[in-house]
Design a binder for this molecule. Structure first.
Ligand SMILES: Nc1ncnc2c1ncn2[C@@H]1O[C@H](COP(=O)(O)OP(=O)(O)O)[C@@H](O)[C@H]1O
Ligand SMILES: [Mg+2]
Length: 380
């Protein structure tokens, strides 16, 4: 079997971006014999690497200043916390949240806020607006002044939690919904690759499952459909189309898509409240997120092709990585396995090239078309 379902991976801080491929500190590398000639694909890796936060980009002056007293946090109902702060509902305004920054400087708060404003104009359905930013007064417990930003509240729960809630109405409870989430993510990414009215591109580069909110809406046919909203604009970049950072941002997004594909389709294998999600990549997939020279030989880009990956990963992915519940939800499982194999082959070949920062023809359209084909075969 080319793939097993156990999970292992790499460690790092909560706000890691897979922007700088990890350096190798090989441990636990195992190469399994392949069923497909000499193309042995390792199935277990315990490499630990470090990614770096993107350097800050310019700020915008159109950001509104607001008063703390107008947006007091409801401290008893904390919504979440991350590396940069705490997020609370606004007292008396259930549709807003206030993010209180425990560290970081003012320009970072401005940057989050202006990204929110730009994306709310550009793709209003999938982003939250920022109503303003300000400085919180000192309190007896905190002598230090803290910055805050007020955002629209995104409905639902994070994809991180949704993926674990198969049997609950607010979770991803069918493979059809998982595919729908992926399709929306591709639409969101396509939006980010499309210039706004000022000719600028805006990229969210921290697309981990905690920063993707999912709610369920009732469709006319009575079925529930997921709706995706991106939050946490702490690692973003704005640039012009020809800018070199546009290309590297697209490559990064593509790598996130690879990760989200695993997260949504194999999520039963991931553990909530465990270590960093990157620590939990299904074994066999981690090397694609490293730079070629740091991968085991069989994974090095020149050894790979979409067809080879399809051949190696198709059956293993379906049998061992896809959630057990999702395996049974196809009208034609053999066909689904075949389409998914090609999708995984193309996608992870692209991820391998993207991790090398190599120019690659990233065909988001073709991936979306495959997801739609799969959707037709999904019975739930
Ligand atoms: N606009 C929002 N709507 C709903 N929940 C939010 C919103 N912003 C943040 N949260 C919750 O708070 C958590 C931390 O916020 P986030 O902006 O991701 O902070 P950090 O930069 O520290 O990761 C999120 O994972 C989410 O659960
Ligand atoms: Mg976050």
């Amino acid at each position: 079997m080319a793939m097993r379902s156990a999970v292992l991976g790499l460690a790092g801080a909560a706000r890691e971006v897979p922007s700088v491929p990890a350096s190798p500190q090989s441990e636990n590398q195992r190469i399994m014999p392949s069923e497909h000639g000499n193309a042995a694909l390792p199935t277990l890796l315990g490499n630990r690497g470090q990614f770096q936060k993107k350097a800050g980009v310019k700020t915008d002056s159109s950001v509104q200043s607001v008063s703390w007293t107008d947006f007091r946090p409801d401290l008893d109902h904390k919504l979440g916390s991350g590396a940069y702060g705490f997020v609370y509902p606004v007292e008396g305004s259930p549709d807003k949240v206030v993010k209180v920054f425990s560290r970081g400087d003012w320009s970072e708060v401005v940057k989050e806020s202006s990204f929110a404003r730009d994306m709310k104009d550009h793709d209003p359905e999938h982003f939250v607006d920022c109503l303003g930013i300000g400085v919180a007064p000192e309190t007896p417990s905190s002598k230090q002044q803290k910055h805050f930003a007020v955002f629209e509240k995104a409905d639902g729960i994070s994809l991180g939690s949704a993926a674990h809630r198969f049997h609950s109405p607010d979770g991803i409870d069918s493979v059809g919904q998982a595919l729908n989430v992926l399709e929306q993510l591709i639409d969101i990414m396509t939006g980010m690759m499309t210039p706004d009215v000022n000719g600028k591109l805006h990229f969210h580069l921290d697309l981990k499952a905690d920063n993707i909110m999912m709610s369920k809406t009732k469709e006319t046919d009575g079925k529930a459909a997921p709706k995706i909203t991106l939050i946490d604009y702490g690692v973003v970049t704005t640039c012009s189309e020809g800018d070199p950072s546009a290309q590297s941002s697209v490559l990064q997004m593509f790598r996130w898509l690879g990760w989200e594909m695993l997260w949504t389709l194999s999520s039963e294998h991931f553990r909530l409240n465990a270590e960093n999600p990157w620590d939990q990549l299904p074994e066999g997939f981690f090397p694609f997120f490293q730079r070629s020279e740091f991968r085991p030989p069989a994974y090095q880009t020149q050894q790979l092709s979409p067809d080879l990956l399809k051949a190696n990963l198709e059956k293993g992915f379906f049998d061992a990585v896809l959630s057990p519940a999702f395996r049974g939800q196809w009208s034609n499982a053999a066909k689904a396995q075949n389409i998914m194999g090609k999708l995984i082959g193309d996608l992870f070949y692209g991820v391998a090239l993207a991790s090398d920062c190599k120019p690659v023809d990233l065909d988001f359209k073709m991936i979306k078309a495959s997801l739609q084909e799969l959707q037709k075969l999904a019975i739930a």
